[in-house]
Design a protein around this ligand. Structure first.
Ligand code: PMP
Length: 436
């Protein structure tokens, strides 16, 4: 009995955390998702739609679940359910102008997030440098570090807008000389995210050619995160970097059914690329996650089957969704512009970044605080106004967190009622500011 008690009281004393986790413990989403859950009346923070996925997709899921083929409740092929990899190969083969082998050129993952993790683990090691364009989807930095690599950041630099016009995400551009200066013999990969989260920038043909030329010149891999590939507005076109000369062989293209079909909770993603690269991603996958939910894969396969048949037609979800989202974008742009929280008009994605400079009197700065101003502002806003958004500094690293600290990011993939409720909060806030 005494022996049992003393063994309970004897705490473990050796350090348990591995070195690769050092400095990667903080996560903006854990913190802000909790704040939004506690305080928000209107949540335009984390990126997910509050409207349902299309009926055809939900019906495909229900059918897969209730069909006589009960094998859909069991394991399927580890690297992707055969119907899904087949249709993805067909679909992306068409888009890339390249014949794809479903078994070797496509692999299904648990969301784009796992696809990214597999890429960093499979390709990056001690001493490797990875070029990341700022602002960036925040996980690229810890994922690079956990693999032993060193992130090398290069910013998109904003050009002031002319004649008092609202800024566009197009006004945020790479400096070609600065980008070129980041490539050297240690550079193993560049991460490209177009359309870009958080700005909504859709990289132009010229910008992609610049990146592609440097990749080819320095023999560098491209991890191309294209989860928002269908969400482009104003007649803009999403260009796949893997389709540029010399890039197929060195690019892994990542996609997400969550973003494509407005079903982020399903966590179905994929990688597309040459077998030379994908074979190592498969090794990473078989030694970690091994397998993704079969029923969800089956339903996503049905969704792509429908979209292939309707490709480019008015009824296609990939045509309808961006049309609807563009209207939602314009609603939020109007609301923000009307109260002086200047929006940067996004060319793509379902995010929008807005300038909070005019609201600084409501939330005074603490100059020597470690916390960037926009983070304090976003916390204050959700607690005092019930409106959740994400500080832009979360998408920067090091000193740039303090430099780009007067913007917040909103998600506009929301029902009209949600956007109207956000508008009401902003209008009321503005009236309180102007009345004594
Ligand atoms: N990449 C980017 C740029 C994203 O914004 C997200 C989701 N916010 C992901 C990857 C992860 O996608 P998934 O939910 O499919 O894992």
């Amino acid at each position: 009995q005494t022996h049992f008690l003393s063994s309970l009281q004897t705490k473990m004393s050796r350090p348990v955390q591995t070195r690769r986790l050092e400095g990667t413990d903080k996560n903006i989403w854990v913190e802000f998702v909790k704040l939004a859950a506690t305080y928000s009346k209107v949540n335009l923070g984390q990126g997910f739609p509050d409207f349902p996925p299309p009926d055809f997709l939900k019906e495909a899921f229900v059918k897969a679940l209730s069909e006589e083929n009960h094998m859909l409740h069991q394991y399927t092929r580890a690297f992707g359910h055969p119907p899904l990899v087949k249709i993805l190969a067909q679909f992306f083969g068409k888009l890339l102008g390249q014949e794809l082998d479903p078994m070797t050129n496509v692999m299904v993952t648990v969301g784009a997030y796992q696809a990214l993790f597999c890429c960093f683990q499979a390709f990056i090691e001690e001493g490797d440098e990875v070029i990341i364009i700022e602002p960036f989807f925040d996980c690229y930095e810890p994922m690079t570090k956990m693999a032993g690599g060193t992130p090398v950041f290069v910013p998109l630099r904003p050009k002031a807008s002319k004649d008092g016009k609202l800024m566009s995400s197009e006004d945020w551009q790479l400096d070609p000389a600065e980008l070129a200066s980041k490539f050297n013999e240690r550079t193993k990969a560049i991460v490209l995210n177009s359309p870009n989260n958080p700005l909504g920038k859709v990289f132009s043909q010229g910008e992609l050619e610049l990146i592609a030329d440097l990749c080819v010149k320095h023999d560098v891999l491209c991890i191309s995160d294209e989860v928002y590939e269908w969400l482009v507005y104003d007649g803009k076109k999403h260009i796949r970097i893997a389709s540029l000369p010399g890039m197929w062989d060195r690019t892994v293209t990542i996609g997400s059914a969550g973003k494509t079909f407005s079903a982020t909770g399903w966590k179905v993603g994929w990688t597309v690329g040459p077998n030379r690269l994908l074979q190592h991603i498969r090794t990473m996958h078989q030694n970690s996650v091994y397998h993704c939910a079969t029923v969800a894969q089956e339903a996503v396969a049905q969704g792509f089957q429908r979209e292939l048949e309707l490709y480019g037609k008015a009824d296609s979800y990939f045509v309808q969704l961006p049309k609807e989202l563009q209207q939602k974008r314009d609603l939020l742009v109007q609301s923000l512009d009307a109260v002086g929280m200047k929006p940067i008009i996004p060319e793509g994605t379902y995010f929008l970044v807005a300038d909070i400079s005019k609201f600084k009197s409501d939330v005074p700065d603490v100059p020597d605080s470690d916390e960037p101003y926009d983070s304090r502002f976003a916390k204050w806003m959700v607690k005092n106004k019930g409106l959740a958004a994400i500080p832009l500094s979360a998408f920067y690293s090091g000193d740039n967190k303090k430099k780009y600290n007067h913007f917040i990011r909103f998600c506009f993939a929301k029902e009209e009622a949600t956007l109207k409720a956000a508008n009401d909060i902003l209008q009321k806030w503005k009236q309180e500011k102007t009345s004594p």
